[in-house]
Write a protein that binds this ligand. Sequence first.
Ligand code: G3H
Ligand code: 13P
Ligand code: ZN
Length: 312
Amino acid sequence: MTLLSGKVLFEVANEYNFAIGAFNFNNLEFLNAILEAAEEEEAPVFVQTTESAIRYAGIDFLSGMVHAVKDRYKVPFALHLDHGKHLETILLAIRHGYTSVMIDYSDKPYEENLKITKEVVSLCAPLGISVEAELGRLEGVEDNVVSRESVLVDPLQAKEFVDKTGVDALAPAIGTAHGAFKFKGEPKLDFERLKKVKELTNVALVLHGASGVYTEYLETINAYGGDIKGARGVPDEDIKKAVELGINKVNTDTDLRLAFIATLRKLMAEEKKVIDPRKLLKPAMEEVKKVVKRRIRLYGSQGKAELFRKYL
Ligand code: G3H
Ligand code: 13P
Ligand code: ZN
């Protein structure tokens, strides 16, 4: 049994200054790829589902898969709710054995974010479930008509937020964005801001919208009938720097999607006689696994499972 509270994962990563990969899944193939990769890399890991993943597959299906296979693995991992936008989803996640949740009111006024986050912490803390919240906004930084400043996290506000809510982890907006199109020009992360947030809060920090959007997958997708030209991600060096400055959980979804779709597109074009979905899904799953391993190494969590021995 290695399914642990996110609290343990956040605490250990913060204490030893590394980041744990948090990977999104909607189906068996992604979950399998993530856990197998983590096991081979001896790395702790978060497996996480969004509300739209829950709408797609059903929370009983997603959490059921995790609980069914948890004893196969020796590495410590947490089942996390990513971007929980509603209190009802938090309650649903608690009932389905999630060991960590994110309450995301980052698009609402600060006071509302503070209030709901406090409420979620008071619900989850007695159950040993960790809580992540977000400050600042990720989307539309480049298109923002007001100013970059207004959507990025305010370090002083972050300190007040962490003190007042008692969250286990905070996701500060520092210039990343979700999806495959993160930057119009050069990638620009606000490392100074990140440094200040860490100094003031000393809480575990989470980087969302962190995918690298690797060229090899873009090229394959575009070569085999796809059209995602101009996509751009966060360079690996920026991820390394963010981890050095205090990021302890890095969220990755897009990179897994790109690897999966690139493999499927190529195989569908080349293997014209195949009608057994497993012949397509297995190689796609293997490619996702490769990306998870690559990301785990980038975050510095390879081999870190041993730090959790006393919790297992
Ligand atoms: O924010 C996380 C995801 O990359 C978006 O996931 O399509 O499951 O909502 P979703
Ligand atoms: P990417 O779209 O960069 O993979 O970000 C995923 C994420 O932040 C999930 O919460
Ligand atoms: Zn996110």
